[in-house]
Design a protein around this ligand. Structure first.
Ligand code: SF4
Ligand code: SF4
Ligand code: SF4
Length: 375
């Protein structure tokens, strides 16, 4: 849940199911068959609006994630959406719904749902090249994703894409990477996310922090190429475009992801399919030690007020100031990065993000490029 004081808007990550029809080797979630009932959806929505109202919000952004939402039926998602709408009306608030999906089950049965519930927009993810994403059945992930992505576009919907670079991505280089998203997939942009260091709880995938130098080189070249050849074509490259915007004081254009937020513990909350409340989708299905509480036993207002785990996370920025972040010239842009990445790599969320050197390098590269242009 994000508290945006200006717009009086909260955001919640909503996970109605733990089921997923993929088994990606880098997934941080523990999947299962748990699913909210419609009565539980009403309970979640009631709690969310009550909490949002207690903080003076008028609007709630609801980010549907999983598991995979499309493993539920279109009818269930529509009914669950109606439960949110009923609760919104009874709390005299509005909700704006967003969908994150792997698209593996997208077909014409979902058209009406996307139109009605998600304003004709979805968000998905696809890596180039695809080394880690696997579907559970025989049809290959890449083939099915590409087919369904085309269907989605043919149906007139807009889809944002997240990509996580891997070793092969770095070998192929930025030109091939941008060509794939711009020419082959024909997206309007791509958001490059960094892998989660989660071997402690998935046991399958090691974070390539060792690749900080090659990753920095790749991202710097990617940013340079995008500025020279793709930005003018209306193609977006996040978070680099927003990092640049924030560095240059253009906060209007800056849509940085949560990891560069001031303090996500004051900004986000996620609710899982067993009614667990946790920091975000990265924790709620995967790290029970870091749950804030459960709506079966407490209201969201009580959980957010009394959770010691949340309190610890709230105090993270002050802890980081005692260390290297305290003297970092990029503190006002980075704020110490992402606690779940710290937890995955160092075992504790109360340390600086393991990608620290990468962030510093990126900020320096962006500034150097701009200074070079100005002189
Ligand atoms: S990364 Fe996404 S699509 Fe892949 S297994 Fe995890 S939840 Fe499913
Ligand atoms: S823990 Fe990381 S991924 Fe989760 S909300 Fe915070 S910054 Fe975002
Ligand atoms: S770049 Fe590193 S030292 Fe600077 S604020 Fe971010 S995590 Fe802290």
């Amino acid at each position: 849940m994000t508290w945006d004081a200006k717009s009086r808007r909260f955001q919640v990550v909503f996970l109605p199911t733990s089921r997923c029809n993929a088994r990606c080797s880098y997934c941080f979630s523990k999947h299962g068959q748990t699913q909210l009932s419609l009565a539980q959806v009403s309970l979640v929505a009631d709690n969310v609006f009550a909490y949002a109202a207690s903080r003076g919000a008028r609007e709630v952004g609801v980010f549907w994630q999983g598991g995979e939402v499309m493993t539920l039926s279109p009818e269930f998602v529509t009914d669950a959406f109606k439960r949110w709408e009923e609760q919104a009306a009874s709390h005299k608030m509005t909700a704006v719904h967003h969908l994150q999906t792997n698209l593996l089950r997208y077909d014409s049965n979902w058209r009406k749902v996307i139109e009605t519930c998600f304003q004709g927009k979805v968000s998905s993810s696809f890596d180039y090249p695809n080394l880690h994403r696997r579907s559970l059945d025989e049809e290959g992930y890449t083939r099915r994703f590409m087919r369904n992505f085309r269907r989605l576009k043919d149906d007139g919907f807009r889809c944002g894409i997240i990509a996580i670079p891997n070793q092969k991505t770095l070998e192929l280089g930025p030109q091939r990477f941008l060509e794939f998203y711009f020419n082959k997939l024909q997206t309007h942009g791509v958001q490059v996310n960094l892998p989660f260091p989660s071997p402690s709880w998935t046991g399958t995938y090691q974070l390539p922090v060792d690749y900080t130098s090659p990753l920095l080189k790749f991202l710097t070249e990617l940013y340079t190429l995008w500025r020279n050849s793709y930005r003018g074509l209306g193609f977006d490259l996040e978070p680099l475009a927003s990092m640049e915007a924030r560095l240059t004081g253009d906060t209007r254009r800056s849509r940085l992801p949560c990891l560069f937020g001031r303090n996500c513990a004051d900004q986000f909350v996620a609710i899982g399919p067993d009614l667990t409340v946790a920091q975000c989708d990265c924790w709620v299905l995967s790290d029970p030690d870091f749950a804030f509480g459960n709506l079966k036993v407490q209201s969201l207002i009580e959980i957010m007020r009394s959770s010691e785990v949340r309190q610890q996370l709230l105090e993270r920025p002050a802890r980081l100031l005692e260390g290297t972040c305290g003297t970092c010239e990029h503190l006002g842009h980075c704020f110490g990065g992402c606690p779940v990445r710290s937890r995955g790599f160092y075992g504790s969320p109360l340390t600086a993000d393991p990608y620290c050197e990468l962030y510093k390098g990126l900020y320096d590269s962006i500034l150097t490029l701009r200074r070079g242009e100005a002189s």
